[in-house]
Design a protein around this ligand. Sequence first.
Ligand SMILES: [Zn+2]
Length: 281
Amino acid sequence: MTIAPPDAETRRAIAPVICYPNDSLPQPDLGLYTQGLAGAELVETVIAAPRDACSFRVAAGQFFRIVSVDGPQVGDLNLWNAADLSERFYSGKTRALHGTHVTTGERLWSAFPHLRPMATIVDDTLDWYGIDAFGGSVHDVIGTRCDPYTGNLLSGTQYHHCCHSNLTRALADATGLPLREAEAHVHDVLNVFMCTGFTRDTGQYFMKASPVRPGDSLTFFAEIDLLGALSACPGGDCSSEHSSDTAVCHPLKVEILTPAAGALGDWQQPARNGYDRSHGR
Ligand SMILES: [Zn+2]
């Protein structure tokens, strides 16, 4: 290992700077959304079976709520613009803007060149959890999704009920796309209810038993027309392992809710990003 320079401790002691101070981010009108949610009517319920995924459509101005039922279970969420699959959830930029885990008032942003809020979290019954002594927290945008390729790389397996494959089948069923085409639209997820962090000593991605219990939920306001897919991860509560049929798994419920007429006032969908895309030419 390289010998540390004499001023190593001084360099380490420099205070960090937030990469993207987010005080200038367009803020959601949470009061308006909360009021809309209070009078909203349940219009559809979809179930993601254990180790499988469901899809759902939510119109701009509606809400969708992911609910824990039967037992602790984490979910892997993908979102697309319902009219244009190329506009999809951008986990990495959402992380850069809001942090490793998201909660009420924070938003799921779409990929370039759109970069606008797709959904805003309006209620999170696990918001009390905060950051635990291990550095763990809930609803992360740091994991990717469990997938059969990494399983094959690490253990030579052919496992078909990883979140990646579950989401691929759900999108293929929702759109009629062939499986291989649908797969190309599957992307890094929001890990709903999952409790994760990075170890302080080795910086490795860790998971631990989710604090979610039946009745807990995460509720979103749809900023644009959305097609969503939710996989009930084969890791169950992610207390031990995923990418196998070993863990105890439960379903997840998705509810679609419509606010009362006029409840959103003159709310409008967010515009696409204003960059002119000339890239200096
Ligand atoms: Zn998974």
